[in-house]
Design a protein around this ligand. Structure first.
Ligand SMILES: *Cc1c(COP(=O)(O)O)cnc(C)c1O
Length: 436
């Protein structure tokens, strides 16, 4: 019998801390930052009509490059993915009483962006193959108040975007893609983020490329482009000077990106393909190794898709080892490997939805004179999402820079170690069940 499990007092297998850095920031970013500092212009924005309404030189260079890489007409930078999402929802014309259908299996910001516009998130369940929003489920949630759909290209894989786009077009809805996790993933030769009316990227510390905090929205539509820019930069100051008649949803936050973030993002953008290639290579390697374990089902990749493996999602079947997924994950985590049980809880489980308290304590925007009917947020609403969260899904976070194949080999060893100790784990599970 091998060493005892770390969970049960043995030594852990991992020799290093796997949690930190996945984006390779270094010399290039530092040099670019120095240039900006020396220029003394750390931000180029002013809230007035004219060139500086659209930001500084580096911000605009980042936007040009982003648009050119993705093959879209416009890219608009923001100070976060969340602010870009909010601006996209505003640009889509969402306001009080409007419903926006989205996935409950996402970072909370996807849905919060809807609330920020006083809209109502409506949650449609996910597809159990790939964890993205199911078009069939979306169809069931359509009402006369529906205004938009936000699809999330989760874990690096595009949602069923062409089906969703058909639904959007037939029903006169705006399709927004939350593409924070899937830069340069593609579907039928089209980049994720460019298939809907607007697509949103994140450049936060955890994402495939980063500038600390940042985001970008892309679109081929001139109208949405203008609206995104207004929301980013104090739109109220500029609508008159720009001759804009329809001022609804032009209230502007300060969502502007600095020149410092822009140059870091530019340097990172040059590394995006390489960083993605590392993810894909390690993911395919891990998938090949997992064939030895029938109880771990590697990610499904949709037809004509390129998956970029922001995370490596695996479905766990508890029958084989006779232990709960959480015990398996806990044991592996104690061996020192980054992974998570279930990703995040369904968004509608959050107190905000359960209590319907957002702006003030009176229940707005849920209880509002423009709301026909408050959408449902009760537990059990999206059973596939809840099952993935509670029972089946494991996300591995190893398939990324700076890891190598030998790190994946070590992870596989850790899985073998856990399997060897399944009897001890079963006992541990029973013993701890009382105080879990
Ligand atoms: C990271 C993330 C966001 C938010 O991006 P920030 O830049 O952190 O604001 C939104 N949606 C998804 C799916 C994300 O992963």
């Amino acid at each position: 019998m091998a060493d005892a499990l770390a969970l049960l007092g043995g030594n852990k297998l991992a020799q290093k801390d796997y949690f930190f850095h996945s984006t390779d920031t270094g010399k290039e970013e530092l040099l670019a930052l120095k240039e900006v500092i020396d220029s003394q212009v750390l931000s180029g924005f002013t809230a007035t009509p004219g060139a500086s309404f659209y930001g500084g030189v580096k911000v605009r260079e980042l936007e040009e490059q982003f648009a050119s890489i993705l093959g879209v007409k416009h890219a608009v930078s923001f100070n976060s993915g969340t602010s870009a999402l909010h601006a996209a929802v505003a640009a889509a014309g969402v306001g009080p009483g409007n419903q926006v259908i989205t996935s409950p299996f996402t970072m909370s910001a996807t849905a919060s962006a809807i609330l920020m516009q006083n809209g109502l998130p409506v949650f449609a369940d996910i597809d159990e193959k790939d964890f993205t929003i199911s078009p069939a489920s979306v169809k069931k949630k359509l009402t006369r108040s529906t205004r938009a759909i936000i699809a999330v290209n989760l874990f690096g894989q595009p949602a069923d975007l062409f089906s969703l786009r058909d639904i959007a077009r037939k029903n006169n809805l705006v399709l927004i893609e939350d593409n924070a996790q899937a830069p340069l993933a593609s579907l039928k030769g089209h980049f994720a983020g460019t298939i809907g009316d607007m697509g949103v990227f994140s450049l936060n510390y955890h994402k495939t490329i980063q500038c600390g905090e940042g985001g970008v929205a892309v679109t081929n539509n001139d109208y949405y482009h203008e609206r995104l820019c207004l929301v980013r930069n104090h739109g109220e100051c500029s609508v008159a000077g720009m001759g804009i008649q329809s001022i609804a949803n032009t209230l502007g936050w300060n969502y502007r990106m600095t020149e410092l973030q822009a140059v870091v993002a530019l340097a990172q953008l040059k590394k995006l393909k390489t960083l993605n290639a590392i993810r894909v290579e390690l993911a395919l390697y891990l998938a090949s190794k997992l064939k030895a374990f029938q109880f771990l089902i590697p990610p499904h990749v949709c037809d004509e898709c390129e998956h970029k493996y922001y995370f490596f999602p695996v479905k766990y079947s508890s029958k084989e080892l006779g232990i709960h997924r959480n015990t398996f994950v806990r044991a592996l985590a104690e061996e020192g490997f980054p992974l998570g049980a279930g990703y995040v809880e369904p968004v509608y489980w959050q107190p905000l939805y359960q209590n319907q308290i957002v702006y003030g304590s009176q229940g707005c925007p849920f209880k509002c004179q423009y709301v026909d009917q408050i959408p449902e947020y009760h537990k059990g609403l999206c059973p596939v999402t809840e099952r993935m969260y509670k029972e089946e899904l494991i996300v591995f976070k190893m398939c990324r820079y700076p890891n190598k194949k030998n790190d994946i080999d070590l992870l596989v060893k850790a899985i073998e170690k856990v399997i060897q100790h399944k009897d001890a784990l079963r006992k541990w599970e029973i013993k701890t069940a009382g105080n879990a």
